[in-house]
Ligand binder design. Structure first.
Ligand code: NAD
Length: 429
């Protein structure tokens, strides 16, 4: 990946620079033809849309939304849609690229894309958010589609928003085609065509990955300690599912603060509290607040970052005192952070493997919709487990074969698969 692409993506603390660095590190270890290197260094399509929406008071506001489609050599573009005030083209470009690697590692026939709207959703009413989601969908038009590019939930988006996107997309179609296109989004509510197990899928995948790492290292999860940054969809599910292995959560954080209890915090209890507190953990009575240094410096076995990018950095990585980091979030560790944790011999189970459970069950939802099927939770979980375990084993094998870290090994698995496909298909014309 050329530094020119990185410069094009430039913004302060560029997330895309992390991707360029990670990609180049892996490419240097394998025999990737220059043509394929060039193709994968570039996103296929980048769409920026400014669109107007009527607010509750009758005034019009203009919003900016993004959809970046990185690569579709393995199948239709696939990736989440986030609502966040800091969303920008650099970030979406990075997130779209990571999606391509995730599908390649876990062997699902999908490509990589991501989208976002630059917005602080806490400042808007539910009906305003509905109109924002619908108008963005309408503006995207045929840039998304059930066989072309399929959004899903991400930070601050949820099944309800997916239902609005689906409904808007279908409303623009000829009536006789509507019912066969509900797979234009995944992560829908169950009644509207969602899959059982999708809501917990990413957290479940994180926990399967931790379990496999524990097995490979003869590490007993029963009695192990962990803490979680971000207590939303991914973080709260990972926290609750890890508890089932007998592990103890010492701390959790979200946008409202950081909580700690040396005797452990029950993640289910904290989740129930947050549900009644606008989704926030602040004010939870059975734990004390701690500062950022003490949070990152906690002595524990496992750290699960599940919030945003660039959290494990030159500032925070030196504080870490854990055996393993399981990246629930996308891009939580930046270039400097990665170097420091490696020097400290902390294993990093990389985002593109560890949090792939979300896209895997999204793929299952997409398949169920296409076939008019409805799978049991057991079926979904078993299939997810198989995909995660195989992905883990392939990456683990690459760590040994190339004598490298987990992230670089995960890239090698992804790039090797894409290399084979490009070699077989060739490049038109
Ligand atoms: P979410 O909106 O449900 O939760 C995000 C959480 O992070 C919230 O608890 C929020 O308060 C917290 N947070 C935000 N800023 C923070 C900060 N500065 N410090 C601490 N906490 C902070 O989002 P999510 O779907 O759980 O996504 C979390 C991460 O996981 C993102 O990086 C996302 O891209 C990634 N991811 C999500 C999925 C999925 O299926 N939802 C799949 C793969 C990866």
């Amino acid at each position: 990946m050329s530094n020119k692409s990185a410069k094009n993506a430039k913004s302060k603390n560029s997330v895309y620079e992390n991707v360029v660095h990670q990609f180049n590190k892996a490419v240097d270890l394998i025999d990737l033809p220059d043509s394929i290197r060039k193709i994968l260094s570039t996103t296929n399509n980048e769409i920026i849309i400014h669109f107007p929406v009527k607010m509750d008071d009758g005034k019009i506001e203009i919003f900016t939304g993004y959809r970046v489609q990185h690569n579709n050599a393995l199948g239709p573009y696939k990736g989440g849609l986030r609502f966040h005030p800091l969303v920008n083209i650099d970030e979406v470009r990075a997130l779209a690229t990571w999606m391509t690697w995730k599908s390649a590692i876990t062997n699902i026939p999908l490509g990589g894309a991501k989208g976002g709207i630059q917005i602080d959703p806490s400042k808007y009413s539910k009906s305003e958010l509905e109109r924002i989601a619908r108008r963005f969908t309408f503006s995207l038009g045929n840039n998304i589609g059930p066989e072309y590019d399929i959004p899903a939930p991400d930070v601050n988006t949820n099944p309800q928003i997916m239902a609005w996107i689906m409904d808007t997309y279908l409303s623009t179609m000829p009536p006789n085609e509507r019912n066969r296109c509900i797979h234009v989004v995944t992560g829908k509510p169950i009644e509207s065509g969602g899959s059982l197990g999708r809501n917990k899928a990413t957290g479940q995948g994180v926990v399967f990955t931790i379990r496999e790492w524990a097995k490979a290292n003869n590490f007993n999860l029963d009695g192990a300690t962990y803490f979680v940054q971000g207590f939303g969809n991914v973080g709260s599910w990972a926290a609750r599912l890890l508890k089932e292995y007998g592990s103890k959560m010492l701390a959790a954080s979200d946008v409202s603060g950081r909580l700690y209890n040396e005797n452990g915090i029950d993640p289910e209890d904290l989740y129930n509290y947050a549900q009644k507190n606008n989704g926030l953990i602040k004010g939870y009575p059975k734990a004390e607040e701690i500062n950022k240094e003490n949070f990152f410096g906690l002595k524990a076995d496992i750290f699960v970052p599940s919030a945003l990018e660039n959290q494990i950095t030159a500032e925070t990585a030196p504080l870490l005192n854990v055996k393993v980091i399981a990246e629930g979030a996308n891009g939580p560790t930046n270039i400097q952070g990665d170097e420091i944790v490696q020097q400290k011999n902390i294993d990093v189970l990389p985002d593109i493997l560890c949090n792939a459970g979300g896209v895997i069950v999204s793929y299952f939802e997409w398949l169920q919709n296409k076939r008019s099927e409805f799978w049991t939770l057991e079926e979904v979980d078993t299939k997810l487990e198989n995909k995660m375990v195989t992905g883990f084993e392939n990456v683990q094998e690459a760590t040994q074969k190339y004598d490298t870290d987990w992230r670089t090994a995960a890239y090698i698995v992804a790039l090797s698969r894409l290399r084979t496909v490009y070699k077989e298909r060739g490049i038109f014309p």
